[in-house]
Design a protein around this ligand. Structure first.
Ligand SMILES: [Zn+2]
Length: 66
C-alpha cells in the first residue's frame, strides 16, 4: 500500500485535526520540533510516532480494514 505522507507530521493522530500553529515556521524550525501538543484535544505527541500512526491509519483506510 502506498500512502501520501503529506501533513502526516502535523495532523493529530488522536483527533485527526491539522495543527495550524506550524504554518508560519521555517523548514528548520519545523524540523526541530520533536514534540507538540494538539491545540484541540491536548494530546502530547512525539513527532515521529504521531506521523507513523497517521501513515498506518491511511494505509489501513485504503485497505478498508480498521
Ligand atoms: Zn488532537
Amino acid at each position: 500500500v502506498i500512502v501520501d505522507p503529506k501533513n502526516t507530521s502535523r495532523i493529530c493522530s488522536d483527533c485527526g485535526k491539522k495543527n495550524h500553529e506550524f504554518d508560519g515556521l521555517t523548514q528548520s524550525q519545523w524540523l526541530g520540533t520533536r514534540n507538540w501538543t494538539c491545540p484541540y484535544c491536548h494530546k502530547n505527541h512525539d513527532r515521529d510516532i504521531n506521523a507513523s500512526l497517521n501513515i498506518l491509519n491511511r494505509g489501513l483506510n485504503q485497505l478498508n480494514i480498521q
